[in-house]
Design a protein around this ligand. Structure first.
Ligand code: ZN
Length: 313
């Protein structure tokens, strides 16, 4: 069954790169609608949240409707929608960048759970089942999709800064594990990169509160880490958001080795370029129970206090 948000959820913050104040709202949408961004400041221009509307960018995921309207840094709100099982929504934003909030997806999940989820009876849910391995590489980095009966994410990173270092994690995304394991992990960056980005007019909205800033073996953000391996968890969160741009739930194992936004988008493009590598399947209730958002509706009352606590931390 397809799912939408029960009522409007509103968010207010700044764009990570622009530093500009921005408002975002998630609204219900009918079955079959999918996720569509709407620029309320640009005559309500519509920008589909789909892989074929992504413009390559190293720092974030940017969507472009091909007619002059763009929206950037969509990955965390997309991860929150996918992780709570929302298939249909309008995401209104009054500027070119999604608010960064605390740098994680927890505030979006909090807002979604407070607004509630609504199942859409009579609307069967389709998923994309990966039938054979598809991989893209760049230097040492690679991203791969392999056949699996539910979404699984396996990620590893290797950073020179000792505060991050080498981290690896594998998660079965069934049964709300996005909410339990990934939603609160924040964007991270190196102090040297922050200085350079700000000299280039980027990360102007970045603070020690909406990103984990590291320098060598030191964590500069007050309060330290939310998880010892917060960095790799955040990369997995980003992967969930970027994979949600497939336009439907994916039944596949994703493996990312030092991968990023641009590489995950290249992977989706490689998948869709090979019609024999995937197929549409209409999900049975048993298959729906293995989706990332399964169980979130039933356990919202228990999950909400945790989301509230994390989102203000
Ligand atoms: Zn991110």
């Amino acid at each position: 069954m397809q799912t939408t948000i029960a009522q409007k959820a509103q968010f207010r913050g700044v764009g990570l790169h622009s530093g500009a104040a921005v408002r975002l709202a998630i609204l219900p949408a009918p079955a079959g609608h999918g996720i569509v961004f709407v620029r309320t400041d640009l005559d309500r221009a519509r920008i589909p949240a789909r892989w074929d509307h992504v413009t390559p960018s190293q720092l974030c995921t940017l969507l472009d409707n091909g007619r002059g309207a763009t929206v950037s840094t969509v990955e965390h709100v997309m991860a929150a929608l996918s992780g709570t099982g929302i298939n249909n929504a309008v995401v209104e934003v009054n500027g070119p960048e999604v608010p960064i909030l605390d740098g994680s997806a927890a505030p979006f999940v909090q807002g979604i759970l407070e607004a509630g989820l609504r199942q859409q009876p009579g609307a069967p849910l389709r998923a994309l089942r990966v039938l054979r391995e598809v991989e893209v590489q760049q230097g040492e980095a690679f991203a791969r999709l392999s056949p699996a009966d539910h979404l699984e994410i396996h990620f590893d990173i290797d950073f020179a800064d000792a505060a991050i270092g080498r981290q690896e994690k594998r998660l079965d995304m069934a049964n709300g594990s996005f909410v339990h394991e990934l939603m609160d992990s924040r964007t991270f960056c190196r102090q040297a990169d922050v200085v350079q980005m700000q000299q280039n007019g980027l990360a102007l909205g970045g603070t020690y509160l909406n990103a984990v800033v590291v320098d060598g073996d030191k964590i500069l953000s007050p309060g330290g880490l939310r998880h010892r391996d917060e960095a790799v968890r955040h990369k997995m969160l980003d992967a969930v958001g970027d994979l949600a741009l497939a336009g439907a739930p994916l039944l596949a194992r994703y493996t990312g080795h030092r991968a990023g936004h641009a590489m995950t988008n290249r992977l989706l493009r490689a998948l869709f370029a090979q019609p024999d590598a995937w197929e549409w399947v209409t999900l049975t209730p048993a298959m729906e129970n293995r989706l990332p958002g399964a169980g979130v509706l039933a356990s919202a009352a228990r999950l909400l206090p945790r989301a509230r606590q994390l989102a203000v931390a």
